[in-house]
Ligand binder design. Structure first.
Ligand code: ZN
Length: 458
């Protein structure tokens, strides 16, 4: 079977259309997934797609392949990744697949897969493809279903805004698929909604749908200020991540809004909260102060979901903006739902009027965004291994995922990206000076240990 092996990754499948992932490739992937389903006694599956230009054609080929391989397929059409996860929680087979390029460039596409309520790895799909049977099967059936109404009804039932204030929210879907559902969602929960770029357009003509990059939230910041809104929310291309802008137009890193969400959830329930190694030390302290149990986990969907499941945690979150609610929601990451929970937490807070006041009530610290150094997929893990064993940094060392060193006045992190040929770094200090010193110490050690790499932080 002719497939490009590099598209099969630990968490999902991702490739460039049509060079690496095309109608032919996705038909082969469909056969492999059908074989996996048969081995687990699963005979039906739901499938959908995000708003990318290649989505419809890929989805049609994928449906044909699954049906030919004997599965009964429910095509839910245009959906966010979280809507597909929702559908997979509800259908009898607990299985669903969404064709999505997430926040990647517009000519990329990919698949995120849930089989029998568990995430399926791209590497597992590749393994099955290498050992694919060529039996023929009685064709399955294909039906279409619109799940938007069911999804919105459940979101509406889950969210309870306190008090009578009508929150004014600006939402920026960046022409990603969140635009298909987010405006209705925020109207349903009683907000006054100002929309930016809700038209689903795979050319992403306004800005790229990736709110983790500051340049992509400039329109949102401007609109929040101009409209005197209570907050601004931005979603990534497939709607599983959220970015937050305060009423004053400040960009809030996910570990900061996790502080607010943690306090809010722990005021109602007892339990643990999971966060990745890129999050602030102050998040851990705030979870403890609210009588919760903080659990640090490696970065990545798979690890966060697994840790939430093992501990039956109330909430999980990643610095990338993937937030997983497991208290009164289903434990998957959902950008618009997370935005609704931020508004709920704001409405429940009796100490402060505005989201800016809540966020600035947390300990002041100074942190870098996620920083990257370009390396290669071949050497990235070796660089991190050498750094772990040879560095002379003096602090509490955590090797869950790369190396995180906690100091009295901040912390630093160096890890290898799972998804791209990059090193990932982040630094935080109680003062700007502390942050800069920690960063300088890390970089000095890195260039001493791996003198060959070109240290150009982006
Ligand atoms: Zn995404």
């Amino acid at each position: 079977m002719q497939v490009n092996k590099s598209i099969f990754r630990e968490n999902d499948i991702r490739g460039i259309y049509p060079e690496q992932l095309n109608e032919n490739t996705i038909s082969i992937i469909g056969k492999a997934i059908a074989q996996k389903c048969r081995s687990q006694g699963i005979c039906s599956i739901s499938v959908g797609r995000d708003g990318r230009l290649s989505g419809e054609s890929l989805l049609n080929s994928f449906c044909n392949s699954l049906v030919s391989a004997g599965l009964d397929v429910t095509n839910v059409g245009l959906v966010t990744s979280p809507m597909l996860y929702f559908e997979a929680k509800k259908n009898t087979s607990k299985s669903g697949i969404v064709i999505t390029g997430s926040h990647n460039p517009k000519n990329h596409n990919g698949l995120k897969m849930v089989i029998n309520d568990k995430p399926m790895s791209g590497l597992e799909v590749l393994k099955i493809i290498e050992d694919l049977d060529d039996d023929s099967y009685e064709k399955g059936t294909l039906k279409h279903k619109d799940i938007k109404e069911d999804y919105l009804n459940e979101v509406e039932a889950s969210i309870s805004i306190q008090g009578s204030k009508r929150y004014k929210v600006v939402i920026d879907s960046g022409n990603g698929v969140a635009g298909h559902v987010a405006p209705d969602l925020f109207k349903r929960i009683g907000c006054e909604v100002i929309e930016l770029f809700s038209d689903v357009d795979g050319n992403f003509p306004n800005h790229h749908p990736d709110p983790s990059k500051l340049e992509n939230v400039q329109d949102l910041i401007k609109s929040v200020k101009e409209n005197n809104a209570d907050l601004g929310l931005a979603f990534d291309g497939d709607g599983d991540r959220v970015g937050l802008i305060t009423n004053l137009g400040e960009n809030v890193f996910p570990d900061k809004y996790m502080m607010m969400l943690s306090e809010s959830i722990l005021s109602d329930s007892n339990g643990s909260i999971v966060y990745d190694v890129k999050c602030s030390n102050h998040l851990e302290k705030i979870i403890r102060n609210s009588s919760g149990i903080p659990i640090m986990a490696p970065t990545g969907h798979f690890h966060i979901k697994k840790t939430i499941k093992e501990n039956n945690s109330l909430l999980g979150g990643e610095m990338s903006g993937h937030i997983f609610f497991n208290d009164k929601w289903y434990g998957f990451d959902d950008g618009p739902y997370s935005g609704a929970r931020i508004i709920e937490a704001l409405s429940k807070n009796t100490n402060y009027e505005t989201i800016s006041e809540i966020i600035s009530s947390y300990p002041q610290s100074f942190s870098t965004p996620e920083l990257n150094i370009d390396v290669t997929d071949e050497n990235k893990f070796n660089i991190v291994e050498s750094f772990i064993s040879e560095n002379n940094l003096d602090g509490e060392k955590i090797t869950l995922d790369g190396l995180r060193v906690n100091f009295e006045n901040g912390w630093g992190l160096l890890r290898a990206s799972q998804t791209s040929p990059k090193l990932v770094l982040r630094f935080e200090g109680d003062t700007i000076k502390d942050m800069e010193k920690i960063q300088a110490d890390f970089i000095a050690e890195l260039s001493r240990i791996s003198p060959d790499i070109d240290i150009n932080l982006t």
